[in-house]
Design a protein around this ligand. Sequence first.
Ligand code: PEP
Length: 253
Amino acid sequence: MKKPFVAGNWKMNTDSNSSVELGKCIASASLEAAGHDVTVAVCPPFVYLQAVARALSASSVAVGAQDIYYEPKGAFTGEISASMLKDIGCTYCLCGHSERRHVIGETDELINKKVAAGIGGGLLPILCVGELRAEREASQTNEVVTRQMKNGLAGLSAEKVSAVTIAYEPVWAIGTGLTATPQQAQEVHDFIRKLLGQMYDGRLAEEIRILYGGSVKPDNAADLMGQRDIDGALVGGASLKADDFLAIIQAAV
Ligand code: PEP
């Protein structure tokens, strides 16, 4: 049985005090009770990563980066490598979040290099995929997700891909208050799992965790995560409120 996984993406929010406070609140007694049954991670902004990682080092909450650069070191002004993230206690890194694809302009090719660099550097990448509203309306969801999955994981062996978590995040549901229905989400998760079976093998496809993201809140989390192929949630807005995030974690148990 796979352990469910709930990750919080804090995006460009919090400050030096509130990031550590939020981390500590999440690593509270109620989480410790659920912590054996759910994998929990938070992804603070880069500048607060080390402080949050230190504050959570004795807890069961892991820390992830919201992005990564694929080169190991050198003249890449403003970028952060996998080894730097590993050095400060990071476990996970988001790769290809929709805001990086559609606001910053990251391509599948760049995202693929980031996933590979994350694995190579000992991190556990969370590869985000998902369609725009217009693509869903044009019935292109499966096509878009197939392209993002195949390109994002290009050149990676099954063994390497076993380090990856997939997050299906329909772009029209991120930060909008709109959520895919549990059935809509399950359909795409089932599609992604079958695709992984074709790309690799059935065992890997069953073992990989596929998270849903897109306006997950305490009141819809249980229905979403109750679907057969939804193994957890990537949570944006609701991960900034400790009570809401803890309620979502409880819904995963
Ligand atoms: C996200 O940031 O990945 C996300 C899903 O955001 P929200 O939960 O706010 O829609």
